[in-house]
Design a protein around this ligand. Structure first.
Ligand code: F6R
Length: 288
């Protein structure tokens, strides 16, 4: 009797697992690579996806990135909001990262950047805005709090991402676990070098540490939307899309994401091997 019960129990568990996998796999498709002629077109396409998402769900939980790449996208969103075509009043936002040591009002803090480039120009409710704090007293506790806030909001619906020249997403530098959660991290010399342009070229002024959503946190977003432009991003983009999945290029984790969209300009796409297919697949995307 025990043996029969055991078999029935195992069958039950297996059926359940199979059912969940099927449910999970239902929405799975290829990473969608969209190649646009230039930066403006890339920005418009990304903004359109965000606009559609907000129209569909006015209380969208939107993950945001800083850096130069999404500025054009944010300009488009501001324009639509000013034209009365977009309403941010119920949208909740969570930013990916923040430099450690910079107070909110520092003009290079990501808090400042987001207000300057987006929040000050749209009708968002400040209470719905979350940018990690770079001056928390207890970082471990703060990081857990940030994760809990994301959970309480119902999880991120759409996460905007850029990619670093070392293939990072957020500040998840090469070698970061692909299962990592929000944490305090040390920036690589490459990232410090890349970002010194925002600190009047002074490398010493760039913070050494940051707080960032983990790769695992990002992967839980229902949809990930990565934007990349210029030749400088051609190598990391080719690794992200066509390279092996590796913690050395944390963006490559997106190959395992069931709903990842990568929008690049022609220069950032220049090292992709299957450009023709991506263009063909985009032109012939299913409309049903
Ligand atoms: C910023 C962030 C970073 C940037 C990346 C690219 O919040 O998470 O991963 O997206 O460093 O930066 P830009 O766009 O300046 O090339």
């Amino acid at each position: 009797v025990l043996k029969t019960l055991k078999i029935e129990f195992v069958t039950l568990i297996m059926n359940h697992a199979l059912h969940s996998t099927k449910k999970y796999l239902k929405g799975v498709r290829l990473m969608q690579v969209i190649i646009k002629e230039n930066y403006d077109e890339m920005s418009k396409e990304a903004a359109q996806i965000i606009k559609d998402a907000i129209h569909l769900k006015p209380n969208l939980v939107l993950g945001l990135a800083t850096g130069s790449t999404p500025i054009g996208t944010y300009k488009e969103l501001i324009r639509s909001c000013k034209e009365g075509d977009l309403d941010f009043s119920k949208v909740v936002t969570f930013n990916l990262d923040e430099y450690v040591g910079l107070p909110q009002k520092h003009d290079q803090s990501y808090h400042y950047f987001m207000h300057d480039k987006l929040f000050n120009h749209i009708n968002i409710n400040e209470a719905n805005v979350h940018v990690p704090s770079g001056i928390a007293k207890d970082f471990a506790q703060y990081c857990q709090w940030y994760e809990d806030e994301i959970d309480k909001a119902g999880g991120i619906d759409l996460q905007v991402l850029g990619i670093g020249s070392d293939g990072h997403i957020g500040f998840n530098e090469p070698g970061t676990s692909l299962a990592s959660r929000t944490s305090l991290v040390t920036l690589t010399e490459e990232t410090i070098e890349d970002n010194k342009r925002f600190f009047a070229g002074d490398e010493a002024a760039v913070p050494r540490f940051a707080i960032t959503m983990g790769v695992g946190t990002i992967m839980e977003a229902k949809c990930c939307l990565l934007v990349a432009n210029s030749e400088k991003k051609a190598d990391p983009v080719s690794m992200l899309v066509e390279g092996p999945i590796t913690s050395q290029i944390t963006a490559s984790a997106l190959q395992m994401h069931p709903n990842a969209i990568v929008i690049v300009d022609e220069s950032a796409a220049s090292k992709l091997k299957r450009v023709d297919y991506y263009k063909w697949a985009y032109e012939n995307r299913p409309t049903f």
